[in-house]
Unconditional design. Structure first.
Lengths: 613, 266
């Protein structure tokens, strides 16, 4: 009954509010269609199956979108929709995670890796207009490289030497991309460049149309402009009701088909209910008002109780991308000529101290108490799910952890290391002292309101106290904390997290000695340690080779080096990816921590189908 | 409210929560025949649970409320209650709270528990220092009716899920009142995935001999999941239910009842 009401409400909305007019679509499958062979051996889609078309897929979110402009969007509350409307030249396969041609039907790469020729599919935008090389050149040269356009994508396209890939039209369906240097992650970089419709957007770009003021493009495609949206992806936003729902409808000109000739996406519509909170998302899922939801680890006990009776599955998969760590500022008080700060900085710079801290991290207690057991110890700056993760045998190989550099929870070892440094409890007050008699004491900060991080700090502080280290735990405003972290010499110790991805080079701004997020040792840019020099070399080597296997070897050395000699970040645990989905959803097996081409909460939208159609 | 009455409420709340949306596998006529025979109450109720979604589509709210209170068998009353839980989702938060606080038959009030959760989770206040968790915890102990207290307790454990561990859920389930019952439901979830995962034998032992009602509820819910995922057929589940009438514990029998209802619906 509820479902019926929702469907009826959705239909009413379609007919009463939306002015979107969709073209009829292809008369026959285009010659350049992308065919996904679901369930076929060797396709990478072995675990999936051809589905049936029809039905409405319901999911949820607890934040409203900000606009529909993909180029200027910073927030996932917007990109969740724009990532469905637009596509890039290449995308990662949702299951193998290997880059493959997307809007391009094939790619020719020169031997030196500096020239890439993209042969484009002859397909149409959702309004029936031809997609051509002009759209690609426009997207890069007039949008992403245009300083008048506010976009984060520009940073991700920049090469290590500060240049950008040069994008040129060869003919209507061929584009040449030229690099100033060999850059293996070029496909990952180009994947960020979603292609936009020149015929719709050029008029709003000051560079191309001086009649409009500078910055005009940044305001394009706001709310109320849904009828103007045109894309190449599986779904286009059809209507939006704030705090209620976003309705996306199938793109009649989507170029992807299954092996039986069924045009994707399978579902007619995709509806995201916009609810008040994640707790309400939980209720909506329990009521089957939504069919899939990236639940939190804390929801798992609630959902596990009901999964058998209600006909859904709670999937507990590999780790999420991203890290949680503690860092000690090796530049604390640098240049201030303050003996007390010099003393503490000297301690933080001693690798034996950081190893002692690693041995003092009770990861199992953290996993049990903070994550309901749904996490694993983490030792590397590369996410477990990445094919470059050092716990693998080879690029993309099985995770065996044979190469893992771990520090078991062992307070005796930690104590021995601290004793070796020479900080002992000289006055018998239970706390260790520096040689000058002052107590070893430091602040441990994290952002207030993040209950996981707060809990992590408290567990760590307890063990630090057992080691005779006086620790003052502070929960501070996130922005204040970040300001301190980036302030080079200001903070003492911090617990925070970083997002991650498949390609370790995306983290070059953290591991690189001159990186903007090399927050534990910014002075390393001018006076790098030996291990930092080698890290820089390894990252350059890994980025410059076009061979993933070679890159894996470089990154493996970098991960081991960091864990053995740097420990600029002492990693804690990697949270499992938890996802709940009703059994009526077909091809839910595609769910992964990095399912693409959606990059949103695990599902690949165009492959999912409803079994009850 | 005495313990047996409270237990009956919890059983019904579980029915509402678990069977308000699944489709009917057996024909409606077959299920109605089973639900109309109260010789083995658990089998009758299991059929009623499976009938809920069908009744929600074919009967009016008034007719269901009449059947929930005055239906001649437990199966028929259960079917009406499960159906009402579906229809009540269209009521406002105020309407649901009115039902929960009111003097309607407990079967009616129980049907409002799950639908009221969304409203309870959205309660806000301009009062300085207001904490939703504290408010719900207080309501779970001081609410006018047992059904209101149970709804508040369930909402409380959703709001505080981030703080819950297997240990804390076990400690809370060992307590008394509606908070303990709601904690038992959470604990049942932990039993199914948190290492060491409980075996069927361990769950049976908890469902039968758990020291408190909250612990037995945890055993019941987890055992029901294990039974559903087993190869046991409708026939085998019915045979077991027939052989344990009035024995073991209500929670143990309920686990089999829930499993049977799921088979009826498959």
């Amino acid at each position: 009954m509820k479902r019926l009401l929702l469907v009826m409400a959705g239909l009413l909305l379609v007919f009463s509010v939306s002015a979107t007019v969709f073209a009829q679509g292809y008369e026959t499958m285009p010659a350049d269609a992308k065919i996904v062979e679901l369930g076929v051996e060797g396709s990478g889609y072995e675990v999936l199956e051809p589905g049936v078309r029809g039905g409405i897929m319901y999911t949820s979110t607890f934040t409203n979108p900000k606009k529909w402009n993909s180029v200027t969007a910073h927030e996932t509350s917007t990109t969740v929709y724009t990532n469905q409307m637009f596509r890039s030249l290449v995308q990662r396969h949702p299951l193998t995670l290997v880059h493959e041609p997307e809007l391009a039907k094939s790619i020719d790469v020169s031997e030196d890796g500096k020239t890439l020729i993209f042969h484009l599919r002859e397909i149409k935008w959702s309004d029936g207009v031809d997609f051509t090389a002009d759209d690609v050149v426009f997207s890069f040269n007039d949008l992403y490289y245009n300083e008048d356009v506010e976009t984060d994508t520009r940073d991700s396209l920049e090469l290590p030497d500060g240049t950008f890939p040069v994008v040129e039209k060869v003919d209507d369906h061929t584009v040449k991309v030229t690099l100033s240097m060999a850059f293996r992650p070029v496909l990952a970089a180009l994947e960020n460049g979603l292609i936009m419709p020149k015929h719709k957007l050029a008029q709003h770009v000051h560079k191309l149309n001086p009649d409009v003021p500078a910055g005009t493009f940044n305001e394009v495609w706001g709310f109320g402009e849904e009828e103007d949206l045109v894309g190449l992806g599986p779904y286009i936003v059809e209507s939006y009701t704030p705090d209620q729902q976003v309705v996306m409808t199938r793109n009649p000109y989507y170029y992807v088909y299954d092996q039986n000739g069924a045009q994707l996406p399978y579902c007619d519509k995709y509806v995201l209910l916009v609810v008040a909170s994640q707790d309400v998302e939980l209720l909506k899922f329990r009521n089957e008002e939504t069919y899939a939801w990236a639940c939190r680890p804390s929801d798992v006990p609630i959902l596990k109780r009901e999964e058998a009776t209600k006909g859904f599955e709670v999937k507990i998969l590999g780790g999420v991308f991203g890290t949680l760590w503690i860092t000690f500022n090796e530049d604390y008080g640098l240049g201030e000529d303050d003996p007390a700060k010099d003393q503490l900085r000297g301690l933080f710079r001693d690798i034996r101290f950081r190893k002692a801290m690693a041995h003092a991290m009770d990861k199992q207690t953290i996993i049990n108490n903070l994550y309901n057991g749904l996490a694993k110890p983490q030792w590397s700056f590369v996410s477990t799910s990445s094919p470059f993760y050092g716990g693998r045998e080879s690029y993309g190989g099985p995770v065996t952890e044979a190469n893992a550099v771990t520090y078991e929870y062992d307070l005796a070892k930690a104590n021995a290391l601290l004793d070796e440094i020479g900080i002992l409890d000289a006055d018998g007050d239970g706390y260790r002292d520096f040689p000058d008699g002052t107590t070893v004491e430091f602040e441990l900060n994290t952002n207030a309101g993040n209950t996981l991080r707060e809990g992590f700090c408290l567990i760590m502080a307890e063990d630090f106290e057992r080691l005779g280290l006086k620790v003052n735990v502070n929960f501070v405003d996130f922005n204040t904390l970040v300001t301190r972290l980036l302030g080079a010499t200001l903070y003492q110790a911090v617990v925070l997290g970083l997002t991650g991805g498949v390609e370790p080079n995306d983290g070059a701004n953290v591991q690189g000695s001159c990186g903007g997020l090399h927050f534990w040792h910014y002075s390393g840019c001018d006076e790098p340690y030996e291990d930092e020099k080698r890290m820089d070399e390894l990252f350059d080597l890994a980025a410059s080779t076009m061979d993933n296997d070679k890159a894996f070897e470089y990154y493996l050395e970098a991960q081991k080096l960091f864990a053995e000699q740097s420990l600029g970040m002492v990693f804690s645990v990697n949270q499992a990816f938890t996802f709940s989905v009703y059994n009526i959803v077909g091809n839910a097996e595609v769910i992964s921590t990095y399912a693409t081409p959606t990059n949103y909460r695990g599902l690949t939208w165009d492959l999912v189908y409803l079994k009850n159609q | 409210m005495n313990f047996s009455r409270l237990r009956a409420l919890v059983i019904f709340a579980t029915i509402v929560a678990l069977f308000s949306l699944i489709a009917v596998g057996y024909s409606v006529a077959e299920l109605e025949a089973i639900a109309g025979n109260e010789w083995i109450p658990e089998i009758s109720a299991a059929a009623g649970m499976a009938l809920g979604s069908s009744y929600a589509e074919t009967m009016t709210e008034a007719a269901l409320e009449e059947l929930a209170v005055n239906g001649p068998t437990i199966g028929q009353r259960t079917a009406a209650g499960a159906a009402l839980a579906i229809l009540y989702r269209n009521k406002t938060g105020e309407e649901l709270l009115e039902i929960l606080k009111g003097t309607a038959d407990p079967m009616i009030r129980a049907a409002a528990i799950e639908p009221a959760l969304e409203h309870l989770l959205s309660i806000t206040s301009e009062e300085e220092g207001f904490s939703l968790a504290d408010y719900l915890k207080d309501l779970a102990t001081t609410g006018e009716t047992s059904e209101l207290r149970l709804a508040a307790a369930k909402a409380y454990y959703i709001v505080t899920a981030n703080d819950a561990t297997a240990e804390s859920a076990a400690a809370d389930a060992a307590g008394e009142g509606e908070l303990a019952l709601a904690a038992g439901e959470i604990l049942g979830g932990f039993y199914l995935f948190f290492p060491p995962v409980k075996t069927q034998a361990e769950l049976e032992e908890i469902a039968v001999n758990g020291e408190t009602e909250g612990l037995r509820v945890a055993g019941r819910d987890a055992l029901a999941s294990v039974l559903i995922n087993s190869d046991l057929t409708v026939q085998e589940l019915q045979t077991t239910l027939t052989s344990i009438v009035g024995t073991q514990s209500a929670e143990f029998r309920d686990a089999y009842k829930i499993a049977l209802a799921t088979r009826f619906s498959a």
